[in-house]
Design a binder for this molecule. Structure first.
Ligand code: REX
Length: 398
């Protein structure tokens, strides 16, 4: 037995003796923190400058980080640093819209054109079709970012009106009849933003703020469009060019105007854990609307990936389903998921994009966090995580 193992075993024995046997894990698993770290290392091995995961569950919070959040200063990845969450914004937009449904201000199955007369070329496109990506409206970002770096640089400082983005979509053929098939499109959530502004008379920023951010005290979450900077301590994002091995482009500063209510929010791992937990535990929506949100259809043929209303469901190998969203904006990959009861949540991010291998590796944090180690083993030992692991300090950086 090597020295470290001997020490761990001794520590285990001591802790097993003093720690009360917990029953908190009875119905689940505890995160496998070594596997979590391995997934993050795999992400940086694939080329991401840094990667980070924050798990929150009944036994508290565990954070792991590898690599750097700034390639120039060499500052390490930091759990409290803010970053761009991309399409996780869609879940925020969906919550706001469903709250308006709950207030009787919007009908999920009404034609979008009832609220925005003449906007869409087909009266059969309903509000629900936007939220579940079944409108058939083409995604304007496909052409916009066909050439990754030039496409990004062309819009980096641009400020689009919603109508301009919708027009870009409508200039393309529709992808299907309303309701016919799932087809992920940012256009849908641009129209959701328009609906929110029409129904409330306020900019979306104000509605995110008062309905979600303030309510959950998300101090590091903001919608600052079209401001280009991320204020406070933040992670810098690095976009990978299409040429394999080409130099990374610092893409931190941008308007994110091409994404707006489909992807322009900024947050941090703790706020994302709070948000997905609150959502799934019913703190943001009445039960019938949360039910509508988690009513899903498959997005591919694996039968493990599904989409509801602005919300993904992933079925993991251990049989656990998790709900949340993924995000990709230039320089940042994000995962924010929670179990159905909201009791366990994971936020993971890597500060790169257009790097599929890194994104897939980062997705490995979901299995590590939610499937992790089996309960029986954890309870036998009296606690659920390896003593050799050191948790990162969590301090306030605001
Ligand atoms: C735009 C291109 C990706 C990024 C996109 N992002 O549609 C939305 C989002 C907001 O987060 N969607 C993802 C760029 C898929 C989600 O739901 O998880 N790619 C990049 C290219 C490719 O430019 N040529 O990787 O940064």
């Amino acid at each position: 037995m090597n020295r470290r193992l001997a020490l761990s075993t001794a520590l285990l024995a001591v802790m097993a003796a003093v720690a009360p046997v917990t029953t908190a894990h009875a119905a689940g698993t505890t995160p496998d923190l070594e596997a979590l770290t391995r997934a993050l290392v795999k992400t940086t091995d694939a080329g991401a400058p840094g990667a980070l995961a924050r798990f929150s569950g009944p036994d508290g919070t565990r954070t792991r980080a590898v690599g750097v959040r700034d390639r120039v200063t060499g500052a390490p990845m930091q759990p409290q640093a803010r970053f761009r969450i991309g399409s996780v914004t869609k879940t925020f937009s969906s919550v706001v819209l469903l709250q308006l449904v709950g207030e009787g201000r919007i009908d999920l199955d009404a034609s979008v054109n009832r609220y925005l007369p003449g906007l869409l070329p087909d009266d059969r496109i309903t509000v629900r079709h936007l939220l579940n990506h079944r409108s058939g409206l083409a995604d304007y970002t496909d052409e916009m970012f066909e050439h990754t770096v030039p496409g990004f640089e062309a819009v980096r400082n641009k400020v689009f009106g919603y109508q301009e983005l919708v027009d870009l979509s409508l200039a393309k053929p529709r992808t299907g009849a309303p309701g016919a098939a799932y087809g992920y499109s940012n256009t849908n959530f641009v129209v959701v933003g328009m609906l929110i502004e029409k129904a409330t008379g306020n900019p979306v920023a104000k509605e995110y703020e008062r309905r979600i951010i303030q309510r959950l005290r998300l101090r590091n979450t903001a919608y600052v469009h079209p401001a280009t900077r991320i204020s406070g301590v933040h992670t810098r994002g690095y976009l990978h060019p299409d040429e394999a091995g080409g130099p990374l482009v610092d893409s931190t500063e941008q308007t994110a105007s091409w994404a707006q209510s489909a992807g322009a929010m900024i947050s941090d791992p703790a706020d994302l854990n709070t948000f997905t937990s609150a959502l799934l535990s019913g703190k943001l929506l009445p039960a019938r609307l949360l039910d509508a949100m988690i009513t899903v259809t498959p997005t591919d043929a694996t039968n493990t990936r599904f989409y509801g209303l602005g919300l993904r469901r992933y079925d993991l190998s251990c049989g656990t389903s998790v709900y949340g969203h993924t995000g990709t904006v230039q320089g940042f990959y994000t995962y924010a998921f929670s179990t159905r009861d909201g009791r366990r949540s994971l936020a993971a991010m890597a500060n790169t994009s257009n790097m599929g291998e890194a994104n897939t590796a980062l997705g490995g944090t979901l299995e590590a966090a939610f499937c992790g180690k089996q309960t029986a083993k954890a309870t036998e030992r009296g606690f659920g995580f390896a003593p050799a692991e050191v948790d990162l300090p969590e301090h306030d950086v605001r």
